[in-house]
Write a new protein. Structure first.
Length: 130
């Protein structure tokens, strides 16, 4: 089967889009339960000491990069007044910057800070309802 140059370019472009989509979603487990920042703050006692998954936006003027530690405030995407502190000690995620969407997994401590063990730039397409 002979394809025209236009058909070849279209096929290559579609393949590239598929590859980037897979790479972009690599670190996200679609089966995980995600909670909004607001849900976590409203039911903090229920989630304290547990591993949770959440997503939001990195608040402006909150990102602090120190050797071996990243800290920032995570802002609820629907209610910007709802903010939770996050500390992360893993590798610096690519494209990490304030104002960007992020999803993360970690343990909620008694002081109300999420100690993240996984951070992925960008958010899953939907929040899971409990």
């Amino acid at each position: 089967m002979n394809l025209t140059k236009r058909q070849q370019k279209t096929a290559i472009a579609l393949l590239a889009v598929a590859v980037f989509a897979v790479i972009g979603l690599w670190g996200i487990d679609a089966g995980q339960q995600y909670y909004t920042v607001t849900q976590i703050l409203e039911e903090q006692e229920e989630y304290t000491g547990k591993n949770i998954n959440t997503m939001g936006t990195i608040s402006n003027n909150s990102l602090v990069l120190e050797p071996g530690k990243i800290s920032f405030q995570l802002q609820d995407t629907e209610n910007s007044s709802q903010i939770i502190n996050v500390e992360y000690t893993g590798d610096l995620p690519p494209n990490l910057e304030e104002g960007k969407s992020i999803s993360l997994s970690g343990r909620l401590d008694e002081d109300g800070t999420i100690y993240a063990n996984q951070v992925v730039m960008g958010c899953p397409s939907k929040y899971s309802e409990s």
